[in-house]
Design a protein around this ligand. Structure first.
Ligand code: ACO
Length: 435
């Protein structure tokens, strides 16, 4: 962050003296006005619920240009990473800032692979949940519980602890997600098999059984790996900010990531792919393509409370670049599985076509986001709808941990403590009768 040759001046109409505020620039993207001394200088706070105009930190990990529809991890465009790298290369990049060379790649793959198993005791912990519990409820518990199993990597101020916790989290998330699925359907857990790829191993833990050999389908393996890459990080979104805020108190990395999992669950964030697929299934049940027009009228009616799930984004005011890649993967997977005529896919295409031409969506710059197609791909692979957000959490874990570690290493980091505009009652006394 560097001072730019520009200064902001805040003036007041009530005659209070105006205040000069420094302006800093990053490498790309908007400059920021430094308001850290504003309260000391004026006795006033800024008001920005939802952080519409507030940069909460400086970061060198992920850059989004929402108007252009551009996403870069450490400077590399998501399209190139999704085409030329695998998920573990992407993890290495997010954590270390550079793509791995051949030796680093081999070592990193081996390191992650060596940590895929979870403490056997985890199984007994899992047994305490109802079998029909939502997998995100289970995952929030399991991830939080990791801190109880791995005491030797819970000191957030120790770089070696942070490094081990990062590897453990990336390695164990697929095992935990698959375990929560197997538990729900009453099948035995499948131990990880370390000669498989990260995505291939996950497919086997999900869909294999001890009764027969599981053959990994390379098209589905590649599709899943791409889902992981596309969801690996997305700068300061709600769950990442939650992880940073939680970690800013000095709590252990497992607890901070568990907070991210909990935040991701919401339908306006990671829960959107589940909500999107539920929406498509609802429309299909109520008449399918013939009823799309009626549904769109509801979406446009402010009083209906109905939203077109998988559309719109706080940052992208253009086509989400991940949605384009996901659409490509969606075509490949449906073709591989002979599902080209899948009614939900057709329905999704129809909704997209109408929305991209409709004045309501065009004027509000509402475009499909990654969730619009990722649900269809996951459903085709055989992943149950209520596990979609769990897959997202698995993939995003690396982003959360990279952002958390970046924050701890930043000399300017402080415990996060927003202020408020108080609108409640001023001081008053309890009535005499209650005393
Ligand atoms: N369907 C219909 N109208 C929408 C939609 C939608 N999906 N999204 C936004 N709008 C409308 C809003 O009603 C608002 O209209 P108005 O100006 O007439 O009041 C306008 O577009 C601006 O929307 P905001 O809600 O102000 O945009 P915001 O940036 O706060 O919200 C959000 C972004 C939460 C993602 C929103 O677009 C949404 O709810 N989309 C559906 C859920 C979804 O797909 N979420 C996934 C996000 S991506 C991710 O987490 C991976």
């Amino acid at each position: 962050m560097k001072l730019v040759d520009n200064k902001a001046t805040l003036s007041f109409s009530n005659g209070s003296p105006s205040v000069d505020l420094p302006v800093y620039g990053g490498n790309i993207g908007p400059d920021v006005i430094d308001i850290r001394k504003l309260y000391a200088q004026t006795g006033m706070f800024t008001y920005d619920p939802g952080f519409l105009s507030t940069a909460s930190c400086q970061s060198a990990i992920t850059y989004i240009d929402g108007d252009k529809g551009e996403l870069l991890y450490r400077g590399y465009p998501i399209e190139q990473l999704a085409t030329h790298c695998d998920y573990l290369d992407t993890c290495f990049l997010l954590l270390n800032g550079e793509l791995p060379n051949e030796q680093e790649r081999t070592d990193f793959h081996k390191l992650v692979t060596n940590h895929t198993m979870v403490n056997e005791q985890m199984q007994f912990f899992l047994r305490g949940f109802r079998r029909d519990a939502h997998p995100m409820a289970v995952l929030t518990g399991l991830v939080g519980a990791l801190s109880a199993f791995y005491h030797d990597s819970t000191d957030i101020n120790n770089p070696e602890h942070r490094r081990i916790a990062a590897i453990r989290l990336i390695a164990k998330m697929p095992t935990l997600v698959a375990m929560s699925y197997k538990y729900g359907i009453g099948q035995p857990y499948m131990y990880p098999q370390n000669n498989l790829s990260y995505a291939g191993n996950f497919l086997r833990m999900m869909f294999g059984t001890p009764c027969e050999e599981y053959q990994v389908n390379p098209v589905l393996e590649r599709a899943l790996d791409r889902i992981f890459i596309l969801h690996a990080d997305h700068e300061q979104n709600a769950s990442t900010s939650t992880v940073r805020l939680c970690g800013s108190s000095g709590t252990n990395p497992f607890a901070a990531i568990a907070a991210g999992v909990a935040c991701l669950w919401g339908p306006a964030h990671g829960g959107a792919n589940e909500a999107c697929l539920n929406m498509l299934e609802d429309i299909q049940r109520n008449g399918g393509i013939a009823k799309v027009g009626e549904f769109m009228n509801q979406v446009k009616d402010k009083n209906s409370g109905v939203k077109l799930m998988g559309f719109g984004h706080r940052v992208y005011k253009n086509y989400d670049p991940r949605a384009k890649l996901m659409q490509e993967t969606c075509n490949e997977v449906l073709q591989e599985l002979g599902l080209e005529n899948d009614p939900l896919f057709k329905l999704a295409k129809e909704l997209e076509k109408i929305a991209l031409e409709d004045e309501y969506f065009v004027s509000r710059k509402l475009y499909p986001n990654v969730d619009f197609y990722s649900g269809i791909v996951q459903r085709a692979i055989g992943i149950p709808v209520n596990l979609f957000t769990g897959i997202f959490a698995l993939a995003r874990t690396v982003g959360w941990i990279a952002q958390l570690n970046e924050m701890i290493g930043d000399p300017e980091y402080k415990i996060g403590r927003p202020r408020q505009l108080f609108t409640g009652s001023p001081r008053r006394d309890v009535p005499a009768a209650k005393k």
